[in-house]
Design a binder for this molecule. Structure first.
Ligand SMILES: [Zn+2]
Length: 314
């Protein structure tokens, strides 16, 4: 395991040293109804994959259609996928016919194998698939290691259908549009929009009471643009990859925050300042307004500034 790989994996969720964020795991895989025929399975554990959470640290969401279930993200392992499958069966007899993988980070697609018996398509973007193929085997080993094997074995099952930006589909009578974040969080991120229901499925592009998740292989300006685009759609329900559901207002707030930090870093970097100097400026300017709105403002604002500096040099 090279250090670059470990950093990449840790950046999946962006929270490296916050053990307080590893909340008590919920082994129930509880299904919550968020709208008619739309459900969420939200992991109570937001942090890194650990032996305690058995690697379950990300959310899945699903839509029950007339002809099958459309599932958005499948968790971090085949065993977790099977738990999600059992949870779905508590609300419908319909099998999972379509899987969307929001992006290539392991906690959003390694559960695909659990649905291989019933799916007709596993869907993602070309760029996300390329990253999955490059890192999939390594990711399985890494997740097994950091969870001390409690995550269980995983067969790699890759997406079979590729999307284009803005592509529209109909799944069992439900209209769906796919929105690319243009690598905002990671290469080839895909969001799913239900235009009639006004529900957005954000994967890790959207956050709730946690800071927006920027990564070293994402594109911050494109993430900011995407957040504004989503806020303008004015969704009534915003579903996220980690943490609870949120609102259009909080998406706009995230965009404003990220935009302020990015602009400050650009200016200061251009003036030859250091990340430490920028951090002082950013904290003085933004902490009074935003500090209490995010559970991880202090550690994350520091990570944001430092990472944005490295992205200026890239
Ligand atoms: Zn991610």
């Amino acid at each position: 395991m090279n250090s670059k790989k470990i950093i990449r994996t840790l950046c999946l969720i962006g929270l490296i040293a916050n053990s307080i964020l590893a909340l008590t795991p919920n082994s129930d895989f509880e299904v919550t109804r968020v709208a008619e025929n739309v459900y969420s399975i939200v992991s109570p554990s937001f942090g890194l994959p650990t032996p305690e959470n058995k690697g379950w640290n990300s959310n899945s969401h699903f839509v029950v259609t007339k002809t099958g279930v459309l599932l958005f993200d499948t968790g971090s392992s085949e065993a977790i996928g099977n738990k999600i499958k059992s949870a779905i069966k508590t609300v419908t007899d319909q099998p999972v016919r379509w899987v969307i993988n929001s992006h290539s980070h392991a906690d959003h697609w390694l559960g695909n194998a659990a649905f291989a018996d019933t799916v007709t398509e596993i869907i993602t973007s070309n760029q996300a698939l390329a990253v999955m193929k490059k890192y999939g085997e390594e990711d399985v080993k890494f997740y097994s290691k950091v969870t001390k094997g409690t995550i269980g074995p995983t067969r790699l099952v890759y997406p079979t259908s590729l999307l284009g930006q803005g592509q529209k589909r109909n799944f069992g009578g439900v209209d769906v549009e796919f929105i690319f974040a243009n690598d905002g969080h990671s290469p080839g991120d895909v969001l799913m929009w239900l235009p009639k229901e006004k529900i957005i499925f954000g994967g890790d592009v959207l956050s709730s009471d946690w800071m927006p998740v920027i990564t070293g292989h994402g594109n911050v300006p494109n993430l900011i643009k995407t957040l504004y685009t989503i806020a303008e759609l004015n969704p009534t329900i915003v579903l996220t990859g980690h943490g609870g559901a949120t609102t259009a207002e909080s998406v706009k707030r995230d965009a404003d925050l990220l935009s302020s930090v990015w602009k400050q870093v650009q200016t200061d970097h251009g003036n030859g300042q250091t990340p430490e100097e920028t951090l002082l400026t950013v904290k003085a300017k933004l902490e009074p307004k935003y500090g209490s709105l995010y559970k991880d403002f202090v550690p994350e604002i520091e990570r944001h500034v430092k990472l944005m500096y490295t992205l200026q040099r890239a």
